[in-house]
Design a protein around this ligand. Structure first.
Ligand SMILES: *[C@@H]1O[C@H](CO)[C@@H](O)[C@H](O)[C@H]1NC(C)=O
Ligand SMILES: *[C@@H]1O[C@H](CO)[C@@H](O)[C@H](O)[C@H]1NC(C)=O
Ligand SMILES: [Zn+2]
Ligand SMILES: [Zn+2]
Length: 480
C-alpha cells in the first residue's frame, strides 16, 4: 500500500498532509519526461530462459498424490465440512497455529525480510515461493508480470476464487536492529509485503491440507510491483483473473492490535492521480494570467462542487513559467495531484480538472492542455469493497477469530493497486493488525522503523484460507 510515514492518515486530515503522503507514496511522474518504471532484466534461473510471457511455464504438481512422503502436508482433523460449522473454522485455525507451522511461517517471512527486492525485481522472492509450492505439490503458472505466480489448489473446476499477496519492497534503509535485518542496502520490506507473501504461502499450506474439502478452485496470486509500476495491471494483462469470479487481499496495519482484522464495506482507499497542464499564449496573450486563474479555479472544484462529507483532494504542487523578468512567457506549465474515494468522484475530478484548465485558458485567449499520465502507471482507481464480498470476508473472519477481533475501520487516503482487480471482479480488501506496544511494532508502513508482531502471521494465513474455502463452500450451497 502506498501510505505515508504520518501515522494517522485518516479521512478527516487536512489536504496538506494528504499531499505530502501522496507525493511520498507513489512515484509522481516527472514533469518533463514520461516516467519510466522499466527495470533491467535480472538473471533468471537457467530453466526459465526468459521472463517473457511467451515462455510462461506451467508446472503441474501431482494433485492425486497424497503420498505420506510429502512431509509438508499437515494432518487434517475429523470434521466433515459439507455443512459449514464453527468446527471447520476452528480446524483451519488449529492447522495454522500448530507450533511447527508457526515456526515455519515466521522463518519464511524472515528469509524474505532479509532479502528485500524492489518492484519487478522480486526474483529471489518468487523463486523461494515456487520452491515452497513445489514442496507442497501445488501447481502454478510462472511468470506473470515478470516475477508473478498464479498458483492453483482445488478441483480445477469452477467456481474460482482468488487471494492475492504483493511481493515488492521499498527503497528505504532499514533502521531496525535485529537478527533478520535487511541485507540489501537501501532496500527494506517496510510495508509488510514479506508478511503478505508468508501468509499467502501459509494459506496454500492450509488449503492443500484441506484439499478434499474444496468445492472448486482457489487461485493464489503472488504479485510484483505494488509500490511502483502497477504490478496488478500487468498481472491482469497476463491472465491472473482468468475464470476468477471474486478476489480478496489482506494488508498489515499498525493501527490495529496483533491479529485483529479490520475492513469496511464501500470506499476503503482513495484513488490517486497526477496531472500536468500546459498553457500557451503569445501575441499579447498572457499565459501567466491564464494559468493563475486556472489554479484559483481548480480550488473551487473541491471546495464548491464536491460533497464535503466525501473527501477529495486537488492540489497544484508545481508551477513554472521560466525565469525571465522582462518578457511575458509564451508557455506556463503547472501540475499536481488528485484523490477521491469513489470511482464516480475520481472520474468526475479528472473531467473537471481538464474542463476548468481548458476553459480558463480560453478566457484569456490562450490554449490549455492537460495530461493525466494515464499510461505512466501512476494513476490508481479508488479501492471500493464490494458489499457481498465484504460481508463474506467479515462472516468468515468473525467465525475464525471471534467478533471482538473484528473491527470496522475508517477509509484512508492511501492508495493500493489491488483496486485494479476490483475494477474487473467483485473484491474485498482488509487489514490485519501487527501492533504490539511491548514489542515496539507501532510504526507506520514506509517508516525505516517499521516492524511487525509476527504472531499475526498464522492468523493471517488462516484468515486467507478460511475466506477462500468458505467462499467455495457457500457458493456451492447457493447454486444447489
Ligand atoms: C500422480 O500420483 C499417483 C499416485 O502416486 C500416480 O498413480 C499417478 O500416475 C501420478 N500422476 C502423474 C501425472 O504423475
Ligand atoms: C506482544 O508481544 C509480547 C512479546 O512477544 C507478547 O508476550 C505479548 O503477548 C504480545 N501482546 C499482544 C497483545 O499480542
Ligand atoms: Zn506500501
Ligand atoms: Zn503495502
Amino acid at each position: 500500500m502506498k501510505i505515508s510515514t504520518k501515522n494517522s492518515l485518516l479521512f478527516n486530515l487536512t489536504s496538506i498532509l494528504l499531499i505530502i503522503s501522496c507525493m511520498f507514496i507513489t512515484t509522481p511522474p516527472k514533469t518533463s519526461a514520461k516516467a519510466s518504471t522499466k527495470t533491467p532484466d535480472h538473471d533468471l534461473p537457467q530453466y526459465f530462459s526468459s521472463s517473457s510471457p511467451l515462455n510462461t511455464i506451467i508446472k503441474f504438481n501431482n494433485h492425486s498424490s497424497s503420498s505420506p512422503q510429502n512431509k509438508y502436508l499437515l494432518p487434517t482433523f475429523g470434521t466433515d465440512c459439507s455443512v459449514w460449522s464453527r468446527a471447520c473454522s476452528e480446524e483451519i485455525l488449529k492447522i495454522a497455529t500448530k507450533p511447527e507451522n508457526v515456526k515455519w511461517i515466521k522463518s519464511l517471512r524472515r528469509k524474505i525480510h532479509e532479502n528485500p527486492e524492489l518492484a519487478f525485481e522480486e526474483h529471489d522472492t518468487s523463486k523461494l515461493i515456487r520452491k515452497e509450492l513445489d514442496e507442497l505439490e501445488v501447481s502454478y503458472r510462472f511468470p506473470l508480470a515478470k516475477t508473478g505466480i498464479r498458483a492453483v489448489i482445488g478441483t480445477g473446476q469452477p467456481p474460482f476464487v482468488a487471494i492475492r499477496a504483493d511481493m515488492d519492497a521499498l527503497p528505504i534503509q532499514e533502521a531496525v536492529e535485529w537478527e533478520h535485518k535487511s541485507r540489501n542496502a537501501g532496500k527494506m520490506h517496510a510495508c509488510g509485503h514479506d508478511a503478505h507473501v508468508a501468509m499467502l504461502v501459509g494459506a496454500a499450506r492450509i488449503l492443500k491440507a484441506r484439499q478434499r474439502h474444496l468445492k472448486g478452485t482457489v487461485i493464489l496470486l503472488f504479485q510484483p510491483a505494488e509500490e511502483a509500476g502497477n504490478g496488478a495491471k500487468r498481472m491482469i494483462g497476463d491472465g491472473a483473473l482468468e475464470d476468477v469470479e471474486a478476489i480478496f487481499a489482506m494488508h498489515i496495519t499498525h493501527l490495529l492490535p496483533t491479529s485483529v482484522i479490520g475492513s469496511r464495506s464501500g470506499p476503503l482507499l482513495a484513488g490517486c492521480g497526477f496531472f500536468k497542464a500546459v498553457i500557451t499564449g503569445g501575441q499579447g496573450r498572457d499565459a501567466v494570467l491564464a494559468a493563475s486563474a486556472a489554479v484559483i479555479s481548480l480550488q473551487g472544484i473541491v471546495s464548491r462542487e464536491s460533497n464535503p462529507l466525501d473527501s477529495q483532494v486537488v492540489s497544484v504542487t508545481f508551477l513554472n513559467s521560466g525565469d525571465d523578468l522582462d518578457v511575458i512567457p509564451n508557455r506556463v506549465e503547472f501540475g499536481g495531484t488528485l484523490r477521491a474515494f469513489s470511482n464516480t468522484n475520481f472520474h468526475q475530478l479528472l473531467k473537471r480538472i481538464e474542463e476548468v484548465i481548458v476553459a480558463q485558458a480560453k478566457v484569456y485567449q490562450c490554449w490549455g492542455t492537460v495530461d493525466f499520465f494515464r499510461n505512466a502507471d501512476t494513476m490508481y482507481p479508488p479501492m471500493v469493497n464490494d458489499n457481498n464480498m465484504y460481508e463474506h470476508m467479515k462472516k468468515s473472519t468473525v467465525d475464525l477469530v471471534g467478533p471482538t477481533n473484528f473491527q470496522v475501520v475508517q477509509p484512508v487516503m492511501g492508495a493500493e493497486d489491488f483496486s485494479f482487480y476490483s475494477e474487473v471482479i467483485p473484491a474485498a480488501f482488509f487489514y490485519i493488525g501487527i501492533k504490539n506496544e511491548t514489542l515496539g511494532s507501532v510504526h507506520s508502513p514506509h517508516s525505516p522503523h517499521f516492524m511487525i508482531d509476527e504472531d499475526a502471521l498464522p492468523v493471517g494465513a488462516a484468515t486467507h484460507a478460511a475466506i477462500a474455502e468458505r467462499y467455495l463452500h457457500d457458493r456451492d450451497i447457493s447454486i444447489s
